[in-house]
Design a protein around this ligand. Structure first.
Ligand SMILES: Nc1nc2c(ncn2[C@@H]2O[C@H](COP(=O)(O)OP(=O)(O)O)[C@@H](O)[C@H]2O)c(=O)[nH]1
Ligand SMILES: [Mg+2]
Length: 632
């Protein structure tokens, strides 16, 4: 069953509320004051099911808006989620100021479909009705309600004339409406909050996207509060779920009526962020005064309302009828996403002057020109290009899937499907949940190689740069760094020894006297066999200072040319290798060897024999059994 929202629009007293009642049987003027004064003050609701010729049922939710100029802000709270407008014009009055203002608002909100209804047809004679029809058709020409493509139906809510024709037109238009995405992420801008006896807190709104189920957790924006859906009602009947395009009432646990209010939005928890700065493409009505840089305007989006300052990118003012890219700095934060439409009203006197579409609600500090180029891509609206631009914008920080969801309001699946080509074309690289733009990855690769190279030049005696030091010196995402390091190692542009990153083939470069000292040390131990000298004596005889000598010894130990078997004793690796050979030969005679036999075999004193045997035990060459060793 298709669900869509129909909104009324038009001047006060032109018969909007009467029309909704004639169609649905429901009086949308629900407030006591509205009934007493006979005028609509706030938005009201009604619903109707109509069968389509295909047999399909159409569920129409109605939002009836006030026509009085003092209540345009209430009208704006209702019109944000509608799919189809009934532009109501009384046959005995024709086009009036709020006919124009509401019509402008619908156009600025990019409402694509509607029906023009000439009400009170019973109040005029047929000739007058014809004249009014011509006048109205002229008014509509060239707009989304151009009579060539959208019907103009004359009705009388009093006598019922024309209502059947209007219902047929409604069915036709409803079938043509592109359904809102019910598998997108849910967003419910709240338009009413009240307490219901026995239920507690109830909120209502038009579900503009996604699905909300009973028992689901939601987050209230910009409040940041978690609530649980205790129960849901759609068009006055309890339901397990509400889907996009339905008037929805939710019974909430976790927030009181005092804490909630019109203008807040319900959405999935931990997904989005409210913002007070947005980048937009705005259009100024031809009837408006020029809009100057830093002008303050009333900003309306869905049910939210705040004051915002306009910052223009490349001009000092926007002329009537013009469009421009701009930043809006809001007095109060709201949950807004790219693609959301908004209306601007002049600060004072309050009249509608323009509107537009949100391009970005996750601003990043960037140069004006960079931002402008980015916004131009967003403004063109190709979804594939938009995700790619959002990834590119993040540079070497990359964009996580979670961030991509928060920035676009798209689901993970739709983001992934919009990335297929960029990934196949290798313009975007994916590392688990992180997306990075190829040029940024290339920049990062070059920067890492350069960093390691510079490190080698500055620290010739150190084998390489610690991995963590390398990671800290870059502000790239850790996931990206690890992935890029992997790539560089695979491409043999960097090498990794344990946690040390170095250029491949780049050992330690030594100065002449250091190289000489290294040779002296190595030779001293190599020629000593097992009768090794004390390390401090060898160091004392070198040309280089003690600190450098210690570094050289560290290198010799790291490269396993020297082996340290106890705090005092260091041997050359060849001496230890020949010791193993001797033991292997000894084993052919006896499987056991004691300390005395070991001293005889090697010619070392007890001072060396014990640490050597303990070393051999550790190396599992020998195994201590009582006072002797078993040769393994
Ligand atoms: N004769 C006649 N009067 C109507 C018709 N529709 C509405 N009215 C009257 O016009 C007045 C304003 O109607 P209402 O629906 O409240 O207008 P709204 O301000 O646009 O909602 C009321 O007194 C209605 O009874 C109609 O089709 N024919
Ligand atoms: Mg009304």
């Amino acid at each position: 069953m298709k669900s869509i929202i129909v909104g009324t629009a038009g001047h006060i007293d032109h018969g909007k509320t009467a029309l909704v009642k004639a169609l649905t049987g429901i009086d949308a003027d629900r407030l006591e004051e509205e009934k007493r004064r006979g005028i609509t003050i706030d938005i009201g609701f009604a619903h109707l099911e109509l069968p389509a010729p295909t047999g399909e049922k159409l569920r129409l939710g109605f939002v009836d808006v006030p026509g009085h100029e003092r209540f345009v802000r209430n009208m704006l709270a209702g019109v944000g989620g509608i799919d189809l407008v009934l532009l109501v014009i009384a046959a005995d009055e024709g086009v009036k100021p709020q006919t124009r203002e509401h019509f402008d608002i619908c156009h600025l909100l990019s409402i694509r479909r509607g029906i023009t209804v000439l009400t009170k047809s019973d109040a005029v004679d047929p000739e007058t009705l014809d004249v009014v029809r011509l006048e109205v058709e002229d008014f509509l020409r060239g707009s989304f309600l151009d009579p060539a493509q959208a019907p103009v139906v004359a009705v009388s809510s009093l006598t019922g004339t024309g209502l059947d024709e209007l219902k047929r037109a409604l069915v036709q238009a409803a079938l043509e409406v592109t359904p809102r995405e019910s598998n997108a992420l849910a967003r419910l801008p709240i338009d009413r909050v009240f307490t219901m006896k026995g239920f507690g807190t109830v909120v209502t709104g038009t579900l503009v996207s996604g699905t909300i189920r009973k028992e689901e957790e939601l987050e209230v924006f910009p409040l940041g509060r978690r609530v649980r859906v205790r129960g849901a009602q759609v068009h006055g009947h309890s339901a397990d779920k509400a889907v996009a395009g339905q008037r929805t009432a939710l019974n909430l646990a976790g927030a009181s009526t005092e804490e909630l209010g019109r203008g807040m939005t319900l959405a999935p928890p931990n997904t989005f962020r409210a913002t007070d700065r947005i980048h937009v493409s705005l259009a100024l009505l031809p009837s408006a005064k020029p809009l100057k840089e830093r002008a303050r305007v009333h900003l309306h989006a869905f049910t939210s309302e705040t004051v915002a300052e306009v910052r223009l990118f490349d001009k000092k003012q926007v002329s009537p009828g013009e469009t421009a890219l701009a930043e809006l700095r809001m007095d109060d934060p709201a949950l807004l996403l790219p693609g959301d439409r908004f209306i601007m009203r002049q600060f004072s006197p309050v009249v509608t002057i323009g509107g537009g579409v949100v391009l970005d609600a996750a601003l990043m500090p960037k140069l004006k020109e960079t931002v402008q180029r980015f916004l131009e891509v967003l403004d063109k609206g190709n979804p594939e290009a938009v995700v790619e631009a959002r990834i590119a914008r993040r540079g070497i920080a990359g964009l996580t899937l979670a961030q991509a969801i928060a920035e676009t309001g798209w689901t993970k699946e739709s983001i992934e499907s919009r990335l297929v080509e960029a990934i196949l074309g290798k313009r975007v690289l994916r590392f688990g949940g992180l997306l990075a733009h190829r040029p940024a990855v290339e920049t990062l690769k070059a920067a890492m190689v350069r960093l390691v190279d510079e490190f080698h030049q500055k620290n010739p005696l150190v084998p390489g740069m610690g991995r963590s030091a390398l990671e800290e010196s870059s502000n790239a995402s850790p996931v990206l760094l690890a992935a890029v390091l992997d790539l560089l190692v695979k491409e043999k542009r960097l090498a990794l020894s344990g946690e040390v990153v170095h250029l491949p083939g780049r050992g330690v470069v030594m100065k002449d006297d250091e190289a000489e000292s290294k040779k002296t040390i190595e030779d001293a131990f190599a020629s000593a066999g097992l009768q090794v000298p004390a390390l401090y004596q060898v160091i004392a005889g070198l040309k280089v200072d003690k600190v450098r000598a210690q570094k050289i010894v560290t290198l010799l130990l790291r490269d396993k040319l020297l082996v340290k078997i106890s705090d005092e004793l260091v041997f050359h690796h060849t001496a230890l290798a020949s010791l193993r050979n001797k033991l292997a030969a000894y084993k052919t005679k006896s499987a056991k060897i004691d300390v005395a036999q070991f001293k005889d075999m090697t010619g070392v004193s007890r001072k060396y024999a014990i640490p050597l045997l303990e070393y051999l035990d550790r190396e599992r060459v020998t195994k201590r059994v009582g006072d002797a060793r078993e040769i393994l």
